[in-house]
Design a binder for this molecule. Structure first.
Ligand code: COA
Length: 164
């Protein structure tokens, strides 16, 4: 039987518990999940790709069983090219609110035009994470707010060092 490989792409600057929730639920849909960390040219990241990947890895180790079939990779070029070259059958995206829809709709349409063999699957974010965004986490943290309900201790340690 062929295994279903999915990719969950994003900037993950940093990964939040909202992203972890989508990752956990994706594992019920695919046999293997690639977390595709974008070296996103249009979005300036606070954390380097390397640091973002290390934080994802440490969170996966902390919050998941050891046997999960997840790999964490950098996506440099087009997502659809990466997907095709790595036998990915579906792209997974989380939808937090209606406001996400328009952007996701356009991105899905473009990706479909680029490669109609790869479908996008949407998972609704759990209610308690529907308002989280990485930018808000960074803003609240730099202003001294408590973000421990939204990101891991390791992530807070890294953000602390960045804010010195
Ligand atoms: N829980 C919490 N936050 C979530 C979330 C969830 N379930 N889902 C999305 N978010 C947040 C992110 O934290 C991020 O917040 P921020 O804007 O404050 O940083 C925001 O929603 C959207 O981020 P993300 O899901 O990471 O998407 P993105 O817009 O940063 O990434 C890519 C988009 C990487 C998937 C897209 O740019 C891409 O595919 N790039 C590769 C190049 C390519 O193929 N381009 C053509 C695309 S048509």
């Amino acid at each position: 039987m062929t295994s279903k490989i999915g990719i969950y792409p994003g900037t993950f600057d940093p990964l939040t518990f909202g992203h972890l929730d989508i990752i956990k639920r994706s594992l019920n849909i695919v046999d293997k999940l690639i977390i595709g960390v974008a070296d996103n040219i249009s979005k300036k990241s606070l954390l380097s790709t390397d640091v973002r990947k290390k934080l994802i890895l440490s969170d996966i180790k902390t919050y998941f069983e050891t046997k999960v079939n997840i790999s964490i990779e950098t996506v440099n070029g087009l997502l659809t090219d990466y997907a095709k070259n790595n036998n990915v059958t579906c792209i997974i995206r989380g939808l937090r609110a209606v406001s996400d829809f328009e952007y996701e709709f356009q991105m899905t349409g473009m990706n479909y035009q680029l490669n109609p063999d790869i479908d996008t699957v949407f998972l609704m974010s759990s209610e308690k994470y529907s308002f989280i965004s990485s930018n808000f986490i960074k803003e609240v943290h730099i202003l001294g707010g408590d973000v421990s309900k939204f990101v891991s201790k390791n992530t807070i340690d890294v953000l602390d060092k960045k804010n010195i």
